[in-house]
Design a protein around this ligand. Structure first.
Ligand SMILES: [Zn+2]
Length: 346
């Protein structure tokens, strides 16, 4: 830890132009109706942007101790009432409330957009709606896994087939880093920082505007972690292809001499590998599969694949440490992700 500050310092803003192209929603006594708006609902939650959501108080109370206490504590004669419903004005965004209330009152979707999952984690954590929080974590864990796999790149890039998050992009890692700190899900951090480490410093400093117009920016502390991690990842990629850089063949290589086929193949890969070590930080990519496709002899293929697998496995096990994260990593397969607490280096 470098400066002793918590790592999560991602700014969240909401653009004032939200919904600018939508027709104005129906409103009741000046409260625009959001979704859900249940005609027989008995409570109206109003988001920070003024959008109202009419739902059932009993369902909120049943699912959330925070709502339960809020309703119990606010039975005052001065409470705002619209159409017989008590009105509660909250600091949450209209988008977050929309996603979470849809999940609570119209559940059953097996696949959800990232914005819904993010809202479920954020609001589920804030209002102690445990099953929503857990659902969000399980979904995120598909793309930010605890275990190393051959398809890790597809998972991290959101191109994982049949994923339960429908539209995850690499840039959503800006949001995931922030949420992981905010909602205490530290085991999402190593892979989320790894994703960010694949980006240029220019992109990292510029931040990310998500699909709902929110601006996500990294803190100085985040940038330090990423810069530190990038140096380790660069060295790991070099180690995984070093047989090319050093023009080695296996000591058991069947074809000896300077004109041996393996040596010629390795010479042919030099330019690519010199370019790679300057530009590629994909230490978790399955380089051993790439090696296996180079038509080296069986001895060389095994020798260098084994070295690469060892380096890749090391990169996975060191990921948290390389990003300066004081958390348990790698996560034992038997431990639930949400049961583990982050030790923040304050
Ligand atoms: Zn060989």
């Amino acid at each position: 830890m470098d400066d002793g500050r918590p790592a999560k310092r991602v700014k969240l803003e909401e653009t004032p132009t939200e919904l600018k192209t939508e027709p104005p929603p129906a409103s009741v006594q000046g409260i625009p109706q959001g979704e859900p708006w249940l005609e027989d609902g008995n409570v109206i939650l109003v988001a920070q942007d003024g959008t109202g959501f009419r739902v059932f108080q009993s369902v909120l109370s049943k699912n959330s101790a925070v709502f339960r206490e809020m309703f119990a504590a606010s039975r005052l004669p001065t409470s705002e009432v619209v159409e017989g419903c008590s009105v509660y004005r909250l600091s949450d965004t209209g988008s977050d409330l929309h996603h979470v209330l849809q999940a609570l009152f119209d559940s059953g979707a097996t696949k959800l957009p990232f914005s819904s999952v993010a809202a479920m984690l954020r609001i589920g954590s804030k209002y102690l709606i445990e099953h929503l929080r857990e659902d969000a974590i399980q979904r995120l864990r598909e793309n930010f896994p605890n275990q190393l796999s051959l398809d890790i790149k597809a998972r991290l890039h959101g191109t994982f087939q049949n994923g339960v998050i429908t539209d995850l992009s690499l840039q959503d890692s800006f949001t995931v880093v922030s949420l992981a700190w905010e909602c205490n899900v530290p085991q999402l951090l190593p892979t989320a920082y790894y994703n960010l480490a694949q980006m240029s410093m220019d992109v990292l400093i510029s931040g990310h505007v998500d699909s709902e117009g929110r601006i996500w920016e990294l803190s100085k502390d985040d940038l330090k972690r990423i810069a530190k991690g990038q140096a380790h990842l660069r060295r790991s990629v070099a180690a995984q292809v070093k047989f090319v850089l050093f023009m080695e063949t296996s000591s058991a290589c069947l074809a000896s001499g300077v004109d041996r086929p393996c040596w010629g193949i390795i010479c042919g890969l030099r330019e690519l590998c010199f370019s790679l070590i300057n530009t590629c930080l994909g230490a978790l990519n399955p380089w051993h599969i790439w090696i296996a496709n180079q038509k080296l002899c069986a001895d060389c293929t095994k020798h260098f694949s084994d070295q690469s697998v060892a380096e890749r496995t090391k990169a996975w096990s060191m990921l948290a440490k390389w990003f300066d994260l004081d958390i348990e990593w790698p996560v034992p397969a038997t431990i639930q992700i949400s049961a583990i607490s982050a030790t923040r280096t304050q």
